[in-house]
Structure formats: C-alpha cells, structure tokens
Ligand binder design. Structure first.
Ligand code: FAD
Length: 490
C-alpha cells in the first residue's frame, strides 16, 4: 500500500489526510503539539470553554464534502446552526447596527441608522455574489500554477470577466463610492480583516467576503468551532489515518528530485508522497535546508496577527450576540498603526465572540465566555508585554464606556494569546493568522503553489499557500492537493 506522510494537523493537514486515505493511501499525520487542530483548537479554564482561534464559520459545505467523499453521514459527526444575527456592531457615537442574516432586514437597519438606501446595500451584496462567482472557479478551487486550469472553459469564461474584479481600486475607495455614511463604509471595510488585510490598500476584490455571510450564511458548529477539528479527526481515524502527537518533523527526505520520506524525533519514516501543512516559510527554511527557497514568495508581507484576551465574565450581557464589534473612531489610523508602524493604536476595534450565547455549557450559569480580540501587526520582535498591558487597559476602558459596566471586576479568569505564542504554537511565520496579506493586487499569484515543482511527490496545503488563509480556503487547499495526488494504485 502506498504511504503518505502529512506534516502538521492543522485543519488543512487533517482534511488532506482524509482525502489521501479516501484515495487509498496509508496515511500518517505528524503533529508537533500534544493536541490536534493547530489554530483551530479549544481549551477550558475555571469552568469556561474557549475556542482558541477561529470563531466565524462560513461555507460549511466544505466540511460536509469530506464526509460525503468518505461515504459517511455528516450528521453523525458534525452539525451546526445558522446565526440569526451575524454581527452586532457598536460605534463610538453610540449607534448600534445589527447585521441580520436576513439581508433585506439588514439593509433596512443600515438605511434607518445610516441613511443609506436599501437598494444600495442590497446592490452591494449582489455585487459581492457576482465577485464570488467570477473568482470561485479560477482563484479558489483550482491550482493557479497548472496549465490545465487555464485550458478549462469555466476558467476562460471567468478570465473574460476579470476586469469586473476591480483590482485597481482599493476596497475603501470602492465602498466610499457606494455608500454615503462613514459608518457603513467602516462596516464593509472590516471585511478586509477576514484575511488579515488592510482595507485602504487591499483591492476591492475582497468585497467578495460579505457574500459568504449575507448570501450563504454565518454558522456556529454545535459544540463550538473546535468540533470542526474533532469531527474531522474522528472521520480520519475511521478511515485508518494515524495521528502522531508530539512528533515534530525535522526534515523532508528526498533523493534525485523525488520524495523519500521524513525525519521526525530522530526517526526516519519512508513515504511515497508527503504533504506539508507547516507554514511554507518554515517548510523551506527548516525542513528543506538544501533546496533553493523561492525567496520572492516567502518574503511577501504577511497578514496581520491578533491579540486575544480570553475572559470568563461573571455576568450576562443581553445586548451582546455571538459576534460583536466595537469600532475604533479612526479606522484609517488603526490600520496605519498595524501595517505601517507595526504597532497598536490606543483606540483599536475590539471584537468579542461569545459562544455561550448559543452553547450554554461553555460558561457557568449567569456567566459568559468572552473571546476579546484586536488586530495587531505580525511579530517583528516588538515589545509585546508593553503592547499587551496598554491594549488591555484601552480595551477595558472602551468596553466599560459603551456597555456601561466596569469590566475589570467581572473578569473571573483570563488567558492571553499574542503573535509570539501563535508563532511558537503553530510555526506560522511572524504569527500571521492567514499567511500572506492580500494588500497587493497580485497577491493571489504570489502565494506558493500546492506542489513542489522540483521535488516529485511533495505537496503543500494550509493558510500560507494557495488559495490562502481562513478555514474555507484551507479546506480548499486540501481539495486541490487531493485532486492532484495520483491514486494510490498507480
Ligand atoms: P495551522 O492551524 O497553522 O496548523 C499547522 C499545524 O502544523 C500546527 O498544528 C503545527 O503545530 C503543525 N506543525 C508545524 N510545523 C510542524 C512540524 N515541523 N512538525 C509537525 N507539526 C508541525 N479563520 C476563519 O475561517 N475564521 C475565523 O474566524 C478565524 N479567526 C482566527 C482567529 C485567530 C486568533 C487565529 C489564530 C486564526 C483565525 N483564523 C480564522 C484563521 C484560521 O485559523 C487559519 O487560517 C487555519 O486554521 C489555518 O489552518 P492550517 O491548516 O493552515 O494550519
């Protein structure tokens, strides 16, 4: 039986393992940590359960596709609920806007609160759907690096529509020409942060993202985000995949341009193919030290990182939902701090995710599990301890003002994640959440391919390679790898 080794049990590594097992490979996944899931993990502290990383779930059909592929009933492993309110937005001037899942209701809310026309909001969401339609086939579901992709009729059709992608206009400029009120522009600009980018630099193509939430839906898995990991690990194990924890891969072994295996914890393991889910920068620098690295691709600017305070709050806030945003007053200055000065401003936009709103077991009765996050630059050895203590004070002050409750006295338990710990735990270059940023209009072409052109049998998946970061794209990277790998019987 042909053997496949997967380096890293992030969501893309797990999904790749499933796809290879379905293709008939004997698959072993090597994970350096003592837990699986990489960024998509969870922990419990003093009676509160927290999802440690991702909190927003879109495109659930990509998880379901793995169960279908394996011929297993999804609902025996995994289920989820659609959120009736996608995000609850709080502005510094006291305005509160609820992004209802029902888009007509959301458009009405924006019209009432910001004086926009309902038609303009709906038109923006329809345009977003169109962008998705153009990009889905060419940029997301196939390799951009294989000739066969361009010899396909759907690709050719999409290519003719590329001018509609608006790559030469920034997201902010596009939103400014669409909407009257700064609050509406700020609300739609925020979608650039969904892949760690800057709305004032990123191309308007990123206006594709609201489509995922408003037209296709935002969801919360039952049991929290972490159940995406646990259910897929369960499926993989059912298919015979072996997971080795505390198994750090030290080297990819090759000979005459062909994969031979890997070395982990001092042992050599032979494999016919290897898939690396380790960040592409570390894969080249640490595991392939004798190969010439593709410097241009590896040195692309990285996406933003995050600073997260996990707070057990001994009170409930009925005015909050699962996803809540407390916007900064000066959004442009906030992004200049992150991307230009590589620092954090004194009035950052604060995101709070509270899964216990839907998953009651995630917090003790009468309490809530707050995942409080701000966007921060990636790790360039800033004085993080100082940044964290200043940010903590600023966040508390902002939330206490808007919510009218003194927050410090409500915090029963606390844990912190910052760019240094994200980098150390998952080997993500500079602690970036999503690999490269999309601030450059050519970013899609500056991500590494899903295969190594000079080492036969070596493939790459995960947020640092094509098509990019975030759970849906990571799952698509695994699909692209799965489609490329020859069946085990060959
Ligand atoms: P990773 O999760 O990066 O995992 C890589 C794995 O490889 C790790 O387990 C690591 O330990 C292992 N590894 C690395 N090197 C080795 C080695 N040498 N040997 C063995 N194992 C190794 N996405 C969304 O879709 N929605 C969100 O709301 C969202 N919010 C986020 C919030 C935060 C705080 C973070 C951190 C991320 C967020 N993301 C979100 C992004 C999303 O989590 C990632 O894009 C995705 O989980 C990355 O998956 P991955 O497969 O690339 O691997």
């Amino acid at each position: 039986m042909r053997k496949a080794g997967v380096i890293g049990a992030g969501i893309a590594g797990i999904a790749s393992a499933i796809r290879l097992a379905v293709k008939g490979y004997d698959v072993t996944v090597f994970e350096k940590n003592d837990y699986l899931g990489g960024k998509l993990t969870s922990f419990t502290q003093d009676g509160y359960r927290f999802d440690a990383g991702p909190s927003l779930f879109t495109l659930p059909e990509q998880v379901e596709a793995l169960f279908k592929l394996a011929g297993q009933p999804t609902d025996e492993y995994f289920s989820y609920n659609r959120l009736p309110v996608i995000t609850n937005y709080f502005f510094e001037d006291g305005t509160n806007i609820k992004a209802y899942a029902e888009k007509e209701r959301f458009a009405q809310e924006v019209a009432e609160k910001n004086g926009e026309s309902i038609q303009d909001v709906l038109h923006h969401l329809a345009k977003s759907a169109k962008l998705y339609e153009i990009t889905e086939d060419v940029f997301l579901k196939k390799s951009l690096h294989k000739l066969s992709t361009y010899l396909n009729l759907n690709t050719v059709k999409s290519m003719f529509r590329l001018p509609e992608l608006n790559v030469f206009t920034s997201m902010h400029d596009a939103n400014k020409s669409q909407f009257k009120h700064d609050r509406t522009i700020q609300l739609f600009n925020r979608y650039a942060t969904y892949n760690g980018s800057n709305p004032y630099e990123a191309p308007a193509t990123l206006n594709i993202i609201p489509h995922l939430e408003f037209n296709l839906g935002a969801y919360l898995p039952k049991g929290g985000m972490h159940s995406i990991t646990t259910s897929l690990v369960q499926l993989a194990e059912k298919l015979g995949v072996t997971f080795l924890k505390n198994a750090e891969v030290e080297r990819i072994i090759q000979s005459n341009g062909k994969i031979k295996g890997i070395q982990a914890n001092g042992h050599q393991y032979p494999f016919d193919i290897v898939v690396s889910n380790m960040d592409i920068v570390g894969t080249y620098r640490k595991l392939l030290p004798d190969n010439k690295p593709p410097e241009k691709l590896l040195s692309q600017p990285k996406s933003s990182s995050a600073l997260i305070f996990y707070w057990g709050i001994k009170q409930t806030f009925p005015e909050l939902d699962v996803h809540n945003i407390f916007f900064s007053k000066d959004y442009k200055a906030e992004f200049e701090h992150i991307f230009k000065h590589k620092l954090v401003c004194d009035d950052p936009t604060v995101y709070i995710n509270i899964t216990s709103k839907m998953e009651k077991a995630d917090a003790p009765q009468g309490c809530e599990n707050w995942f409080v996050m701000i966007n921060v630059p990636n790790n360039e050895n800033q004085d993080w301890d100082k940044i964290i203590s200043t940010a903590r004070e600023n966040i508390k002050k902002k939330l206490s003002n808007i919510l009218g409750s003194e927050i410090e006295s409500l915090i029963e338990t606390e844990a912190i994640l910052d760019p240094r710990s994200i980098e150390a735990r998952t080997s993500s270059s500079q602690g970036a959440l999503y690999g490269n940023s999309s601030n450059n209009r050519f970013a899609a072409f500056l991500r590494h391919a899903n295969y190594a052109s000079k080492i036969k049998g070596l493939y790459f998946c995960g947020g640092s390679v094509h098509p990019g970061g975030g759970i849906p794209l990571c799952l698509l990277s695994a699909k692209i790898v799965g489609d490329m790998v020859p069946p085990a019987s060959i």
